[in-house]
Every structure is written in C-alpha cells, then in structure tokens.
Design a protein around this ligand. Structure first.
Ligand code: FAD
Length: 446
C-alpha cells in the first residue's frame, strides 16, 4: 500500500524574490492561487509565497467535489459563481483542471437524513440550484449494480468534481503567465508593519514590500495571525482517504451511500472515503479554542473519534511560541503538512465497496493519504479584511468544502484586497463575526 499522495503536477518557481509588489499572497492552495490569478487579471503586481509546494496541503488531498448540493445558505451565491468559474477555466487558462460536471448522488436508508435533504432543497430553491430529490425507485436507478432498499436520495446533475492533483497547479501556472511571481519553499514568517499598517511581508528569503497581504494559509492561518495578536479560532480534523486502481465505471462522478463515498477519478480509479471516520486530535490550539468549538463538536461528535497524535507537537496546531523574523519559523520547519493516514480503514472500506459493487472485485488501493481539514466554529470561511491591522486580509477556514468554492473565494478575496465591488455580498464571511460575540448558531454543513 503506497501511503503517499498521487503525484501532484509540478509548478515552476521564480528564483528572484521581488523587492516589492502591490499584494503578497501567503499560501499556494486553491484559494491563494485563485486570489493571485484574479489580482493579476485586474492588473496588480502580485507575489505568492508558499512554504512547500503549490497544492500540496489540503488542496491536493481532497475528494475534488465541486458542489452546490448541501451547502450552507450563506455560501450558495459564492458557490454558484465558483461553478461558473470552474466551467470556464479549462478554456480560459488553456489547461485542464480536471473539472467535469459529472453530477453527484446521495442515497440513504435514514428518514432523518432524507428529511434534511428535502428541507435543504426548499431553502435552496431561491438560488435556483439544480438538485432533485429521488424517490426509492429513482435512487435505485441512480445506483445500478448496488440497488439496495434506499428510501430515497438526492441528485445534483450539474455539480461535479475537478482533479486536486491538477487544478491548483494549472491555475498557478496560469497566474504566473499573467505575471504573478511564485515562490515555493518560501515561508512567510510574518508581516512588516509601518505606522500601524502592513508595509510588507517578511519571508525566509527576505522582505517583499507591499501595502497589502492576503493570508490564505489554510490550517496555518491561526498560527500566523497569533504572532500578530490576531485571534482566529480555527480547529482541524484529521481525515484519511485512498485512491484505488483503475476499474469499471459504477458511477460517473460522486456517490454517497451510508457505507462509503466514491468519487470517480479521471484516471479510471476511485477516491474512497469511509464514512464517519474523521479524527479530532487534541492539540494546544484545539484546547485554546475548545469552548468556541464545543457546539460544533456536539453536533458532529458521532462522526468523530477523539485522540492525541503527533499533531500535538508538530503541525499547524502545535505550540510554537513566539518566533523572531530573522530565524526559521514553524512554517519552514513543516514544509508540507502530511498527517499520517489511518491505514486500518482501507481494507474494511474496500470490502464494503466490493460487497456493494461486485463488479469492482479485484480493485486495490493505489495510494492512501491523510489530510487536515481546517474549520471555523460555524463551518463558514473567513474572506475578509482584519480591520485592526490595515492592509491585512484573510481567506481561510474553508471547513472541509473549500476546494469547490476556492475559485470564487479567490475572486472575492481579490475584490476585497483592492477595494473593487465584491462579486457577492461578503458580509457572511466577515472575520469580525468570529471574535465579536456574534451568536454563530448551528454550524453549517461540512
Ligand atoms: C480528505 C479531505 C477531503 C476533502 N474533500 C473536499 C471536497 O470534496 N470538496 C471541497 O470543496 N473541499 C474538500 N476538502 C476541503 C478542501 O480541500 C479545503 O477546504 C481547501 O483545499 C482549502 O484550500 P486553502 O487554499 O484554504 O488551503 P490549503 O490547500 O491547505 O493551502 C494553504 C497553503 O498555505 C501554505 N502556507 C501556510 N502558511 C504559510 C506561510 N506562513 N508561508 C507560506 N505558505 C504558507 C501551506 O503550505 C498550504 O499549501 C477536503 C479536505 C480534505 C482534507
């Protein structure tokens, strides 16, 4: 069993760190890369710094789903815009992100789950989302070869998936062609401040003078913020998924059943996720924010196991202390955060898949890997200025569904950084809601 990610497309770096830029983007996941792309399209000079490799953390480790289905209401306008961007990108950037509108299907035997989908569909009708509730017969028809006694399901035919190994690198290369300089293996250690506002970003290779910095650092954003006295409640869940060897097609896109989630890859294999297997690891940062995440934990606890692991001592939620900007920071000590996968889940999950789909007999595990899902207390991202630090912006906290919305999030972040009219109302993504005592209510769907 190969406990590594499937190979990620490489991106060429720029060797020379620029002395100045209009905007420095910190983090080369889908969100930072999309923001850099749109800033460059608006004519701004952009440098993007990435401590490891473009797309090597969450954006290269996910299922690839790009969905409106089952999203929090607050995210639907931005997700709709994101779906338009996905469908345009291949033509616009002249490279394949792997995006295909293959449709997503969820089936169930649980009346409460079905009722949630029905309620969601009623809520989403004002956004004209293409989503249909399935009768038992329709659910069986959507799962040929695995026709169980489903009580129903839901189908979103125009949702789909992109390939995580291809999408962020392809967009980064396109951003570079537009003039963005890309610096991999180059961590941002912190912000340079002059007269109370951002005047540059200090990196391990020197300082880039800039009037604006956008932190799209994924799970590391809270640590980055803390160094500057900015409180950002963020918590992570460790997750394991695996890719199979190529096999016959039993679903063209994504399928959620009570026992597993299957996603058809472009290479003819599947990504498999075992349901109910996220792991909440106790970390210093987790303890710091335990009270704020307690309501979320209560809602999700059935789908989580709790434990302690290496993440207590290393990674984005460890206790780094305060670092000096002229010394290596925790970011460069951990170039690519690759949480170890839970190898025990693979065989039972594969057995369940083959039991459901006998046509997949003989399928094997090609790659298995771990990912760290960063969340906010309400499971809605932050895409926002931080008013206390003029010139500093955040785009983070995508809570397990940031790949699909990443292009739209990057576009919105770009609008906010340069003060252009925002592509959608940014109010639901404001940073302030997480720290000003706003009642965050029940967490959105992950
Ligand atoms: C197992 C799994 C399955 C998922 N499935 C889906 C799915 O199907 N659909 C979906 O929409 N979402 C999914 N997600 C969530 C999705 O992957 C993330 O929400 C999304 O990729 C977040 O993108 P990002 O750019 O914010 O973060 P990341 O991709 O994590 O990028 C952040 C980058 O910032 C860099 N960085 C951090 N600090 C610094 C610093 N100081 N200096 C320089 N660089 C820095 C990091 O190295 C990293 O590359 C899944 C996640 C996991 C783990």
């Amino acid at each position: 069993m190969n406990s590594m990610l499937p190979p990620l497309d490489p991106v060429t770096s720029d060797t020379q760190l620029p002395a100045r830029a209009d905007v420095v983007v910190i983090g080369g996941g889908i969100v930072g890369v999309a923001a850099a792309y749109f800033l460059a399209r608006k004519g701004h000079v952009v440098a993007l710094v990435e401590k490891g490799r473009i797309g090597a953390e969450q954006s290269g480790r996910n299922w690839g789903w790009c969905r409106q289905q089952n999203r929090d209401r607050r995210e639907l306008p931005l997700m709709r815009h994101s779906m338009d961007l996905w469908s345009r990108f291949n033509g616009e950037i002249g490279a394949d992100t792997g995006f295909r509108r293959t449709g997503l299907v969820y089936v169930t035997k649980d009346p409460a789950e079905l009722a949630n989908w029905v309620a969601w569909g009623e809520m989403a009708s004002e956004f004209q989302v293409d989503s249909r509730i399935l009768s038992p017969a329709q659910a069986r028809a959507m799962t040929p070869g695995n026709e169980q006694d489903w009580i129903g399901g839901v189908h979103s035919p125009t949702d789909g998936r992109a390939e995580p190994a291809m999408a962020t690198p392809a967009l980064a290369a396109a951003a570079r062609r537009l003039g963005v300089t890309i610096h991999q293996a180059c961590a941002a250690r912190g912000l340079e401040m002059t007269a109370g506002r951002v005047s540059g970003v200090v990196t391990e290779r020197g300082t880039i003078a800039a009037g604006a910095a956008l932190c799209a650092g994924g799970a590391w954003a809270s640590m980055f913020c803390r160094r500057h006295g900015i409180d950002l409640p963020q918590a992570g869940i460790r997750s394991t998924i695996f890719a199979t060897t190529p096999a016959v097609e039993v679903t063209p896109g994504g399928l959620v059943t009570p026992d597993f989630t299957l996603s058809r890859r472009l290479d003819g294999g599947y990504v498999v996720a075992a349901q109910n297997r996220g792991r909440l690891e106790v970390t210093p940062q987790g303890l710091r924010y335990a009270r704020r995440f307690w309501p979320t934990f209560q809602v999700r606890r059935k789908s989580l196991s709790v434990g302690i692991g290496r993440s207590f001592f290393e990674g984005p939620e460890a206790m780094p202390g305060k670092w000096a900007f002229d010394k290596p920071s925790p970011f460069e000590r951990n170039r690519i955060f690759a949480p170890p996968p839970d190898l025990r889940i693979a065989e039972p999950a594969l057995r369940r898949v083959v039991a459901a789909y006998p046509a997949l007999h003989g399928i094997g595990v090609a790659h298995i890997w771990g990912g760290w899902i960063d969340s906010t207390p309400d499971a809605v991202p932050v895409i926002s200025a931080v008013n206390a630090v003029p010139g500093f912006f955040l785009a983070t906290g995508f809570s397990g569904h940031g790949f699909g919305i990443g292009p739209g999030a990057g576009r919105l972040a770009a609008d906010l950084v340069v003060g252009d009219p925002p592509v959608v109302d940014p109010a639901p993504f404001a940073y302030a809601r997480l720290v000003d005592g706003t009642d965050l209510g029940k967490p959105g769907m992950m």
